[in-house]
Write a protein that binds this ligand. Structure first.
Ligand code: SF4
Ligand code: SF4
Length: 450
């Protein structure tokens, strides 16, 4: 007799969960300490949309107790993967790893709409994997910006009559450069500035969208690294980190991208791999999660590369002596710092960037009460969960507006992840708040005079 379809799916699912080394889920003791730190629980007030609730759903699938249906899939889809729950969990539940593995397994079993399939094929498997396609898209979007249409839509009456989602997408548009940063510097050896003896050689990771947009972020990173005494190489054959793929469950493409990353950076014998995008950094520090069945020797190789990977701010904060010897602009300026989730929660880097920024001459770091809450960007979350992303962002914008009323001297908000930068900048511009949003590297390099 043939096995019924639901039973077949359930047993295949259970088998896949077993193969994915899911035992860490048992660390959850259901204490609930994570609930009040979860943005989606704060918005929706439903246990299923909390970390504990989602772990319950994942465990049910792992143990074969739950059937795969929309009641299970929807709360897991609504998770931002911000990992704020991990930072407060006393049992050390690796929530992000469990969620990402679950999404990978579910993608193989759930129904996808034609729109979703098309988006995955065009964006995740196509655009983000091709430097040439990204540069062409960047060029086209640069021309679109140049026509003034986005400005017309966001700053005229059109902004009030066109669909909100569309208007917000115009605010979200990055500043595209039209060309690839890694191709500009491909494999040149960029020496430390000021005649310093090199203290090591580092490779700068340039990413996918960031490789063709907001060019000043990578340029500023080069300036800071060289001023800190490092030789810098920008590998010309590097690619995307795969974070967007992992967050959306496409682990197969993410594995291909991980191999490409290793083939590009490993042979260059670098002391450090530098990232200036928190989401990419978190992914590049956890590549071995993609290969749960690899032999231990192989896992060790991945970990060796991961351990050499470091966020730009974390590295240069430890080099503050070299930086202190440089000439800094001493004009007084007040700034906010908004902590990207994937820097603070996934990489555990929070104190050092704040210290580094706040200790520069003339800089006053104004505390921002909700700076450790997600702003709703979360990879492609804004595109797939626009309503919830909107309400999460709104809380952030309200908090910025309220704090700015008490500290009107603040002119700049700093955030070290491109997704957060686009999202918060869009929210601030839409709300007409007079603040400039920039990456800390751009801010610091702009104040470096030598
Ligand atoms: S994930 Fe951690 S904090 Fe949340 S309920 Fe489980 S043990 Fe408690
Ligand atoms: S990752 Fe973020 S949104 Fe998801 S359960 Fe944890 S705290 Fe909530």
């Amino acid at each position: 007799m043939e096995t019924p379809a639901t039973e077949r799916v359930t047993s295949e699912l259970t088998e896949q969960f077993r193969g994915a080394k899911f035992d860490n889920i048992l660390k959850c003791v259901h204490c609930g300490l994570c609930l009040d730190n979860c943005p989606t629980y704060r918005e929706l007030g439903d246990e299923k949309d909390s970390p504990r609730g989602r772990l319950y759903l994942m465990r049910g699938l792992w143990e074969g107790e739950l059937e795969l249906n929309q009641d299970v899939i929807a709360p897991l889809d609504r998770c931002l993967d911000c990992r704020a729950c991990e930072s407060v969990c006393p049992s050390g539940v690796p929530y992000g790893e469990l969620l990402e593995k679950t999404r990978g397994i579910l993608l193989e079993h759930r129904k996808q709409s034609v729109k979703e399939k098309l988006a995955r094929a065009l964006l995740l498997k196509g655009l983000f994997r091709s430097t040439a396609a990204l540069a062409t898209a960047s060029q086209l979007l640069r021309i679109y910006r140049w026509t003034g249409i986005p400005k017309l839509i966001t700053q005229s009456f059109l902004g009030r009559i066109l669909p909100k989602k569309f208007v917000f997408s115009q605010h979200l548009l990055p500043n595209f450069s039209g060309k690839s940063f890694k191709k500009k510097y491909a494999d040149q050896l960029l020496e430390p500035t000021g005649g310093q003896t090199p203290k090591g050689r580092v490779g700068l990771f340039s990413g996918c969208i960031l490789d063709v947009s907001e060019a000043e972020i990578h340029e500023a990173s080069l300036k800071l690294l060289r001023a800190s005494g490092y030789e810098v190489v920008v590998p010309g054959d590097q690619g995307c980190c795969g974070a967007l793929h992992v967050h959306s469950g496409d682990r197969k493409t993410a594995r291909t991208l991980a191999e490409k990353h290793r083939n590009s950076f490993e042979p260059r014998k670098l002391d450090r791999v530098i990232t200036n995008a928190a989401g990419c950094g978190a992914q590049l520090k956890e590549l071995h999660h993609l290969f749960p069945e690899a032999p231990e020797t192989e896992i060790e190789k991945w970990k060796e590369l991961e351990n050499r990977t470091i966020d730009l701010l974390e590295l240069i904060a430890s080099e503050s002596e070299s930086l202190d010897q440089q000439n800094w602009n001493t004009n007084e300026v007040s700034v906010f710092y908004d902590a990207p989730c994937h820097l603070m929660h996934a990489q555990g880097v929070d104190v050092n960037p704040r210290k580094l920024i706040g200790s520069r001459p003339g800089v006053k770091l104004v505390p921002l009460p909700e700076s450790n809450w997600c702003g709703g960007s979360a990879g492609i979350y804004t595109l797939v969960q626009p309503e919830l992303a909107g309400s999460v962002l709104q809380r952030k914008i309200d908090s910025i507006r309220d704090t700015l009323k008490k500290h009107p001297e603040t002119k700049i908000l700093l955030t070290a992840n491109p997704g957060c930068l686009y999202q918060i900048r869009a929210g601030i511009n839409q709300a007409g708040i007079p603040l400039e949003v920039m990456h800390p590297a751009v801010f610091l390099a702009g104040r470096l005079q030598s």
